[in-house]
Structure formats: structure tokens, C-alpha cells
Design a protein. Structure first.
Length: 655
């Protein structure tokens, strides 16, 4: 290792420690021991443009959150436009340098919060690259415009998570040969061979997955650099297991202390003296200038060749579309609900109706993909004119994750980070497994649309053998998320009219029941979040607010109750989050506060309760009964047509 190498690695370490000190938390030991890995990647191995953060053929580098200080420090040393001011914003409110992997941070390629997220997201980035590269190869087999690798740096703790297990299994089955996983296996103190943090045999596991696997001595820069160079040229997915001495070079002599905590002022001063640094966020400019010359020498010719290839490729309209997609994201999609005519006698399973309208949208762009955690049997949410994506058919637009539900959520984060618009489908019973990924997608404003089928307790018991009660309420509790629950094909058309040009996270919960086109529904009114589907005949006595498959039940109730002298209005609320954003005048017109208002949804009542006159007016399920047919369940919860009618009549007469 040259003197320049040693000096820059030491500067990386100190910048990372300064970030940890400024942010008040962070992994000191991991940052110190892993600096040579980052230096090897940026200086000698990964393809990137130091003058352009948004270079579309850059190798994607994603790291576990514990290593973010080291990644940000690398950005400053290797990218011209990543300033010290960027670093000094670390973990500050609304900064561009967050303490977790967020796409709102400059240079972050994929989001993560929990351990394992980064592994799954990195697999998604690799899958997206293969799809785009394959699209280009169809047009011109010799065109290498898009051929970036994805490198994921994580720890053993990340690998132990369920999402990582599933994602790596998926990567193996898809034979993603442009994937490099670097697992840091830290030991404590001087003898890492006897004091490892975990004892799992990672080598055997990755060999079983058909990965190239190599164990490296992390205390030898030459070994690290050579192994990474070999891995970058591998034709198979590769894992490097780097065995480090955790906290190497630290002034913290007591190996029993927590290296994942900031150093004391005295310890930091000792580190500065060790590395000949005098102040926080100090950078040895003479070293950086020399480094920049070496990096430019390695990369400038490659970048110039690529730029010429890009200019030539722009002459091909389909390749130009891919370039524009990677540069600016998915363009607007023309989808007009008024052009779709539904026969008044239409009646079909709602998941089939959804499939038809979904395909009207997905056929308009190659950058819309569908995925399912089964074989699309339960959800019917696939692109009909496309095949299943596979290593033999990399341009298939239907991604079959099998039973890897956690991987589906995590891998989709990486795909969406590249700009793909995704429609992921699963029965509603899997909402609890996907909840974290939906939240993370919302935080990062990613264009992922979840389609949940077999809605409510009635469908799930009969079709899935497991009750859904609180799932819809849980979804509505996620900030920045729009949840749709359409009641018929008209409202499904309205949902897709919104989704065509809405590039943030949504969910749609739909029934598998055979459903007619309902009288009074209207696609364009979905944009209001709630609207009137049954008008009172004369004097308004009460209102029923219903969603999804409960809307036809509400309509029937309103008709039956009219025989008792009560005039009901029925409101369909396909998206309560959108309704809550409407002007107060519209809300008061639709739901006058002086009028008794019931809510009807065969799920936990939490999220709709605010629209009801009082908890007494909420018609839902807040307890669990195990087993039973649909009829038995309705009877147990007093949700049969007769039971609902009796309850509403009693309230109307006595309140």
C-alpha cells in the first residue's frame, strides 16, 4: 500500500468519526475497520463519474446504515460536487445527509432502515439493470450502454434477517451475475479469529446458493483490493466475506467498550494526533488532488467512450426512451377514464375487473412491472401480454417471487429507486409482512402500488384460512400513503386514472367476490375520495358511509330501511385520505355534521370511526372469532342483512 493510499484511508476514517461525533451516534469500530474497503472500491474498482452524481451507468453502491458515515466521507473525497457543507449537515433536520439511507440524501442509491433492507434493495437494483440492459440488447445486441454492477456492503446482522435470506435466494435463482455482496465479519480486539460476533458458516450457505465465495483478511489492503477486482469481473453473483478486526487503530484500548458509540473528546484528540489532523472535518487537500488525478486517469477514457456511445444510441428511439427513463424517471402516462365504457349489465369477480383495467395502463409503458408473492393465482394482477421474468427471459414484466414476501417488499425498493413503477400483489393476509416496506416506500416517495386481494374477514377465512381484521386500518395509519378500496369496476377505473400520473406509494384493497357495476358509481368521482352513490329521496334522515365490497350492502340497507320511513344517503369512500384533503365546503355538503352518520366496513373500525356520529354508529369488527363459514361469521358479528337492519333501526328510534 502506497503512502497516498494510507493517508487517504486515514482521512476517510477521521471524516467518518467526525460525522459520528456530530450526529451523536454511529459505529466507530465498523467505520475504522471498513475504510480500506471503500477506498479500494472508489479508487480502483467501481465505475462512476466523479464529476456527475447522476451518471446513469454508474455502478450502484449501497451500504448498511451503520456504514453511512463512511459512505458520505467517501463521497466528499471522490466526488467533485460533494462539499464539506454537505457532510456538516449530517443528521440535521431536513438535511441532505441523513442518518439513515434515504433517497432524499445526495448519492443514496436505495433506501433502508432495518437490518437486511439494504441486501434486498440491492438485489432489486441488479434486477432492474438486467431488465434495462436486456431491452437495449433486443434493439442492438452489441450495445453496452447500460451495464452497471451493484455492490452491497453489509454486516452479518444484515445477512441474518429474513428479507436478506429471501432476497439472496431470489438472486441465486435469477442468476444475477452483476451482483457483488461484501459481508463484513468483524472480530473484537486483536484476534478476530477467536472473537467473532457470530458463528454461522456463511461460506457454506453462499456456496449452496451457487455464489462465488471468497474469505478475505480485512486487515490487509492488498488482499481486499485484489479480491474486489476479481469479483468485479466475475460472471456469477459473488460474495466477499471480509474478516476485520473491529475497531482497529482506535484509541479506545478497552476491547469491552462499545465501539458503536461515539468516542470521547479525549479519544478523538488521540485519534487526530495519530492521523496528523488538527481540527474536525479536516481534509488533506494535497492528498485529494493527487487522488483525483489517479481516479480521472482510470475513468476518463471509459466515460468518454460511454458518452460517445450514448450520443450514438440517442438515434434509436427505443434506446433513447431508456436513457430518458434513467435520467428523468417515468414519463406521464395517458389514461382517460372517460374513454372506458362499462356495460350496465357488467358483472365479474372484482380481481378480474382489476386485471382488465390494470392491463390498459401497463400496456402503455415498458417501465411498469408487476410482481406477486404467489403465482398470481389469488390476485390475478399480472401483465397478460408479458411472460414471467427469468434468467432465460429477462424482459418478462411479471416478477414471480414465490413465497418470498419479505423479499418482494425489499427488492421492489431497489427497482423503484431506478424509477420503475411497480404493481405488487398479495392476499391481504400478508399485509403485516409488507407493512415495513410500504412505510419505507412512503418515506421515499417511491412509485410502488400494492394490490391486496381477498379483502376482509369474509374472503380471507373462506379462501386463505386466516382472518383479516385490522389490516385495512393498519394501512390507513401509515403517513403519506393513499389507500384505495374500490367497490366496483367503475371505481377501479377511477383508481387507475389517478395512478397513471401519481408517482408515489399507494395500496388498493379489492374483493374477490363477483361484483356488478353498481348504480350510482362514477370513475371520475374517485378523485374526490368520497362521493354520493345513493341520494336521499326526500328528507335526509341519516347517512351510511361504506367502502369496497360493503357499498352494495349499504345500498341494499338504505332501500330496505326506506320501508320504515327513514330516508338514507349512501356514501362510497374509496380513498379516505383523499377525502380528508377536500375543502371543508365539500365535506360539509357530503357529510353534514347534524345528520346521523353510520360507517360500514367489515374490518376493525378505527380508521372510519371519525366519520361516524359516535362509536355506537360504527358497524365493523373489533374482536376475533376463529373459524366458521361466511354465514356463521356474519351471524357471530351481527353483520347479516337482518342484524344490521335491526341495529340501525334501534339506533334511529332511540337516539
Amino acid at each position: 500500500m502506497s503512502k497516498l493510499d494510507n493517508n487517504i484511508i486515514n482521512n476517510l476514517k477521521m471524516l467518518a468519526l467526525d460525522l459520528i461525533q456530530a450526529g451523536g451516534s454511529g459505529d466507530v469500530g465498523l467505520s475504522l475497520s471498513s475504510a480500506p474497503i471503500f477506498y479500494s472500491l472508489f479508487k480502483n474498482n467501481i465505475h462512476f463519474n466523479p464529476h456527475d452524481f447522476h451518471y446513469i451507468n454508474s455502478d450502484r453502491l449501497v451500504v448498511t446504515n451503520r456504514l453511512l458515515p463512511l459512505l458520505y466521507a467517501s463521497f466528499h473525497l471522490f466526488y467533485k460536487d460533494y462539499s464539506l457543507d454537505n457532510l456538516k449537515e449530517y443528521k440535521k433536520y431536513d438535511s441532505n445527509c441523513k442518518g439513515y439511507a434515504s433517497l432524499r440524501s445526495l448519492g443514496i442509491q436505495a433506501p433502508s432502515i432495518l437490518e437486511g433492507d439494504v441486501v434486498a434493495a440491492s438485489v432489486g437494483l441488479t434486477l432492474g439493470e438486467r431488465y434495462l440492459e436486456s431491452l437495449i440488447k433486443i434493439e442492438n445486441p452489441k450495445n453496452n450502454l447500460i451495464n452497471f454492477k451493484t455492490i452491497c456492503i453489509c454486516t452479518e446482522a444484515d445477512i441474518m434477517s429474513g428479507s436478506a435470506y429471501e432476497a439472496l435466494s431470489f438472486a441465486s435463482s435469477e442468476y444475477l451475475n452483476k451482483y457483488l455482496l461484501i459481508v463484513i465479519k468483524d472480530g473484537i480486539g486483536k484476534d478476530s479469529s477467536t472473537k467473532e460476533t457470530f458463528n454461522e458458516n456463511l461460506v457454506d450457505r453462499f456456496i449452496a446458493l451457487n455464489f462465488n465465495v471468497e474469505e478475505i483478511n480485512g486487515n490487509n489492503f492488498g488482499s481486499i483490493d485484489g479480491a474486489i477486482d476479481d469479483a468485479m469481473h466475475s460472471k456469477k453473483p459473488t460474495v466477499l466475506i471480509i474478516k476485520n478486526t473491529y475497531g482497529v487503530d482506535s484509541s479506545r484500548k478497552d476491547s469491552n467498550k462499545n465501539y458503536n458509540m461515539p468516542l470521547s473528546n479525549e479519544e478523538m484528540q488521540a485519534m487526530r494526533e495519530k492521523y496528523n489532523m488538527t481540527s474536525p472535518f479536516e481534509v488533506k487537500e494535497e492528498y485529494v488532488k493527487e487522488l483525483a488525478k489517479d481516479v480521472d486517469k482510470r475513468l476518463s477514457k471509459e466515460i468518454a467512450i460511454w458518452q460517445n456511445l450514448k450520443n450514438e444510441s440517442l438515434k434509436d428511439l427505443k434506446i433513447k426512451e431508456i436513457i430518458e427513463f434513467l435520467t428523468n424517471g417515468l414519463r406521464e402516462i395517458s389514461f382517460k377514464s372517460e374513454n372506458i365504457k362499462i356495460n350496465s349489465t357488467y358483472e365479474e369477480e372484482l380481481i378480474i375487473s382489476n386485471n382488465k383495467i390494470l392491463n390498459l395502463l401497463t400496456n402503455k409503458s415498458p417501465f411498469i412491472l408487476c410482481g406477486s408473492n404467489d403465482n398470481f393465482y389469488y390476485t390475478k394482477s399480472s401483465i397478460n401480454k408479458s411472460d414471467i421474468m427469468s434468467k432465460e427471459n429477462p424482459t418478462g414484466r411479471n416478477i414471480l417471487f414465490g413465497n418470498r414476501t419479505l423479499a418482494m417488499g425489499g427488492i421492489s425498493l431497489g427497482l423503484a429507486s431506478l424509477g420503475f413503477k411497480l404493481f405488487l400483489s398479495a392476499p391481504l393476509v400478508y399485509e403485516n409482512l409488507l407493512h415495513h416496506y410500504i412505510k419505507l416506500s412512503c418515506y421515499n416517495s417511491l412509485p410502488i402500488n400494492y394490490i391486496f386481494t381477498q379483502d376482509t374477514i369474509l374472503n380471507t377465512y373462506e379462501e386463505m384460512g386466516y382472518p383479516c381484521i385490522e389490516e385495512i386500518s393498519d394501512l390507513r395509519s401509515i403517513p403519506n400513503l393513499i389507500n384505495f378500496r374500490p367497490c366496483d369496476i367503475d371505481e377501479i377505473v377511477g383508481v387507475y386514472s389517478i395512478l397513471s400520473n401519481y408517482h408515489k406509494t399507494t395500496t388498493m384493497v379489492i374483493s374477490s367476490n363477483k361484483t356488478p357495476k353498481l348504480l350510482g358509481t362514477n370513475a371520475k368521482y374517485v378523485l374526490a375520495g368520497a362521493y354520493r352513490v345513493r341520494k336521499e329521496r326526500e328528507d335526509l334522515n341519516a347517512i351510511i358511509v361504506a367502502t369496497g365490497s360493503e357499498v352494495p350492502i349499504a345500498l341494499k340497507l338504505a332501500d330496505d330501511l326506506s320501508a320504515y320511513g327513514f330516508d338514507f344517503r349512501v356514501i362510497s369512500m374509496p380513498a379516505s385520505e383523499i377525502y380528508d384533503l377536500q375543502k371543508e365546503k365539500y365535506q360539509n355538503m357530503l357529510l353534514p355534521k347534524e345528520i346521523k352518520t353510520f360507517t360500514l366496513e367489515f374490518a376493525h373500525p378505527n380508521s372510519l370511526q371519525k366519520y361516524a356520529t359516535s362509536p355506537l354508529y360504527v358497524l365493523g369488527i373489533d374482536a376475533l372469532k376463529d373459524g366458521g363459514s361466511k354465514e356463521e361469521l356474519l351471524s357471530h358479528y351481527n353483520l347479516t342483512a337482518d342484524a344490521l337492519k335491526v341495529k340501525i333501526l334501534e339506533i334511529m328510534k332511540n337516539n
